[in-house]
Design a protein around this ligand. Sequence first.
Ligand code: ADP
Ligand code: MG
Length: 405
Amino acid sequence: MTFKTLDDADLNGKRALVRVDFNVPLRREEGADGQVRDDTRLRAAVPTIEKLRAGGAKVILLAHFDRPKGKFVPEMSLAPIAPALAKVLGHPVAFAGDCVGKEAAEAVAALKPGDVLLLENVRFYPGEEKNDPAFARALAESGDLYVNDAFSAAHRAHASTEGLAHLLPAYAGEQMRLELTALDKALGHPQRPVLGIVGGSKVSSKLDLLRNLVTKLDKLAIGGGMANTFLYAQGHDVGASYCEKEMAETAREIIRLAGQNNCKLFLPLDIVVAEKMAPGAPARVRGLGEVDEDERILDAGPETVERLCRAMANSNTLIWNGPLGVFEMPPFDKGTVEAARCAGNLAAEGKLVAVAGGGDTVAALNHAGCADQFTFVSTAGGAFLEWMEGKELPGVAALSKQNRR
Ligand code: ADP
Ligand code: MG
């Protein structure tokens, strides 16, 4: 990979303008006062901030919060994040009520090496999402160098995620580096055989992803609601299951593509059904084609999970997106939980490089209690999915292009 990291930068006394992802969930209930509910993303920024401070840089943080659509929206201010970050960092964090102009300039001018400043929400300006060069130049006023540490925003070509990389010497932050290295190990240059698991609800939302994966993987297991569509496409009755019948031809096309690319496809061997999609609904294991009219397929069956675990044991790399069943409603979490533990154990024993990502997938791995055992779990959501689709991420591309100049 062809991007510069902080190891390549001369940091001493420099103003480092760092794009981070601080789009964290806040507690909005009465009296909670906008406290941070989950500080994962704040903690993820600490290695970069510490490295910059240790190198004698002045750290100026840029971030977006929510979707203010180019206007100042008080509830979408980053102000509550500064004290929360200070707590995580164990060091004061100053805050400026604007990300450009006089207020930002004065706050930046007051910084000494090692100080940390958070600027207000970049999306308060329409130029951010438009990647307006004039807005990017205004942001660039605050920095001598640019560090992108927000992989999760790298699928957007915005002023603070893409534009800035063309205006200042640009570097990948530590979290960005970690993420890109892990993803490259899983799909870019994996140790083969490499197995993929794609689950979740819709074939239609993961078409590009499936099409890309069958050209790159040795084996691909399909689970979750989208497996229903594949079963239906192969002529199996799916009863009252969630199923995109109009996607049947597309599912058959993916099966053909997999064959042409020597990617072994694993569709369910057995399934778990219930009459109601509700927590605790009575569950039955069924073979394919044994689904009654009023039954729904809500999870992978035991044979399917067992075969999947064997496939993991016979692989060197696993890349996983999408739960195998309706994991939010036990007992239909069983297939996902068992497969996750299987992958977690193999990864913990050093026998499998296991990488996973996707909002619900991360929640499912946490529910199974094995996210920590995985080699890498990406919390990047949309950027992770676009990367799995094989798309170039503008924020990442801008970092590497700069270095080719
Ligand atoms: P991610 O956010 O990790 O990319 P998705 O959003 O694609 O994952 O899919 C997660 C959703 O898929 C979950 O809400 C889960 O309940 C649902 N799902 C999984 N299996 C089924 C099924 N058999 N029927 C209906 N929904 C399912
Ligand atoms: Mg989801």
